[in-house]
Design a protein around this ligand. Structure first.
Ligand code: FEO
Length: 398
C-alpha cells in the first residue's frame, strides 16, 4: 500500500500505532508514531529512507506488491539511525548494487552499525544534486547535528518537497498523513515534545540551518519529515515555530518538580505553587512528582517554563535517585534563559538543596539565592521564605 503525497511521490512508510517508547525507553510515545519512507517515481525511481527493523518484512513485501521493488534506481539515506535505516541490510540483499546517496558521515554510521557490506555509496554534501528525470532533481542539504552528524535533508524540485528527515517531525500517528487532517492541539503538543526532548540540545544549529535554508530561496510546498504528519497546509508554519522554539523559548509558566519521601518536600512544592499563583495569577503554575510523571512530558513543561522549582529530600547525603536521574536528563537538553530554585526537607545531614542548586547551575539555569531547606517537616519559618522564593522566580531579573 502506498499513499500519494503529491504527483509521483508516495508515502511507503510504517504507521506505528502501537509503539510505546523510542530510543529504547528514553522517549515516551503516547499517540503512536510513524517511520516515513517515500517513493519518487519519475524517470528514475528513488526510495527515500526505509523503516525500522521490526517492520522490515512488511516494508519490503509492500514494495514488492506495489511492483516497485525491482524498479528502484537509487536510495537516498537522509540519516543512518536505525528507525530509518534498519531495513537497509535486508533491502540491499533484494536489490544489491543499488546506489545509495548519503553524507560521508552516514557512510560511517551505516557501516558502523551494519558492517562494510560493499554498498555502492555516493556521498553528497550541501548543494549537490541528482537528476531524476522529467525535469526534476533532488538537491541535498546537510543537516549536521539535526540531530546526528550524518543527518541531511533532500529537496525535490518541480514538486517543491523538502524531505526534512527528523527535523519538523513528531512521534504522532495520523493515518491520513497530512497536517491539515490532524488534531491540531495534539499535533503541536507532539511537535513541541519532539523538539524539547530531541532537538533542543542542538537549538543553535536549528537557527543557523533555518537561515541557511532560507537563503537557498527554494520554494517549499510540502515538508515531509521522517516521523508524524506531512506538512502540506501552510508548511512554513512549523519552520516559523522552530525558529521560535530554538530561540531560548519560554512561556509565562513556572513548573514545580519534586520527589518526596514522607510528604514534607511535597508540602513545600504545593506551597510554592500556591504562592506563585497568589503573587501572579497570570502565570501558569504546574506541579509534578518527578517519580510519578512521564519524564518527556515533564521536560516539555520545563521547555515551556520561564522558571522551575526543584525539590528533593536529603537521602544518605544526597538527593533522591529519581531526581538525580531527571536532573541528569535535564542537563543534556541544554535549556537556556530559565531560572530555578531548590527546596527540600532533611532529617540529619541535609545536603539536598545544595546538591540541587549545583546540578541546576550545571544544567544552565540561573539559580536563585532563595531556597527552602526544611528540617524534618516544613514549619512556619520555612513557609515564611516561600514568598521571597516565588517573587525571585517570577521576577524578570536574572
Ligand atoms: Fe528518527 Fe534520528 O531518527
Amino acid at each position: 500500500m502506498r499513499k500519494q503525497v503529491k504527483n509521483n511521490v508516495s508515502w511507503v512508510g510504517y504507521m506505528d500505532w502501537e509503539l510505546e517508547t523510542f530510543h529504547g525507553d528514553e522517549y515516551s510515545i503516547l499517540n503512536g508514531s510513524s517511520q516515513n519512507a517515500y517513493l519518487i517515481e519519475e524517470e528514475k525511481t528513488v526510495l527515500v529512507d526505509t523503516v525500522w527493523l521490526p517492520h522490515r518484512d512488511e516494508f519490503i513485501e509492500n514494495l514488492r506488491t506495489e511492483g516497485v521493488l525491482d524498479k528502484i534506481d537509487c536510495i537516498v539515506v537522509n540519516h543512518g539511525e536505525q528507525d530509518h535505516s534498519g531495513t537497509l541490510p535486508a533491502l540491499m540483499k533484494e536489490i544489491p548494487g543499488t546506489p545509495i546517496y548519503c553524507t560521508a558521515n552516514a557512510v560511517k554510521s551505516l557501516e558502523g552499525q551494519y558492517g562494510k557490506l560493499g554498498w555502492d555509496f555516493h556521498t553528497v554534501k550541501t548543494g549537490d544534486s541528482l537528476d531524476i528525470g522529467n525535469d526534476k532533481k533532488l538537491i541535498f542539504v546537510e543537516m549536521r547535528m539535526l540531530h546526528w552528524p550524518d543527518s541531511m535533508a533532500t529537496y525535490m524540485t518541480g514538486d517543491n518537497i523538502l524531505f526534512s528527515m527528523d527535523a519538523f517531525g513528531q512521534h504522532f500517528a495520523v493515518e491520513e498523513l497530512f497536517n491539515d487532517k490532524a488534531d491540531q492541539s495534539l499535533l503541536y503538543k507532539e511537535a513541541m515534545k519532539y523538539f524539547a526532548n530531541i532537538l533542543n540540545p542542538f537549538a543553535p544549529f536549528v537557527t543557523r540551518k533555518l537561515d541557511e535554508i532560507g537563503k537557498l530561496n527554494l520554494p517549499i510546498d510540502i515538508i515531509a519529515p521522517s516521523h508524524g504528519v506531512i506538512w502540506r497546509k501552510e508548511p512554513m508554519q512549523i519552520v516559523t515555530k522552530y525558529a521560535e522554539w530554538a530561540d531560548a523559548y519560554k512561556e509565562n509558566q513556572i513548573t514545580v518538580a519534586y520527589d518526596t519521601m514522607w510528604e514534607g518536600t511535597a508540602k513545600l512544592a504545593h506551597a510554592i505553587a500556591a504562592e506563585i499563583n497568589k503573587q501572579d495569577p497570570e502565570t501558569t503554575v504546574k506541579v509534578f512528582n518527578i517519580a510519578k510523571t512521564d519524564k518527556n512530558e515533564l521536560m516539555t513543561e520545563v521547555f515551556k517554563s520561564k522558571a522551575i522549582a526543584v525539590g528533593s529530600p536529603t537521602c544518605v547525603n544526597d538527593i533522591l535517585t529519581s531526581v538525580a536521574g531527571w536532573l541528569s536528563f535535564l542537563k543534556t537538553l541544554k535549556f537556556k534563559n530559565k531560572k530555578a530554585a531548590a527546596f527540600g526537607c532533611y532529617g540529619w545531614s541535609g545536603e539536598s538543596v545544595k546538591i540541587l542548586q549545583e546540578k541546576l547551575i550545571e544544567a544552565g539555569f540561573a539559580v536563585t539565592e532563595e531556597h527552602v531547606r526544611s528540617c524534618w517537616n516544613p514549619d512556619e519559618e520555612d513557609y515564611a521564605i516561600i514568598p521571597a522564593l516565588a517573587k525571585a522566580l517570577l521576577s524578570e531579573e536574572k
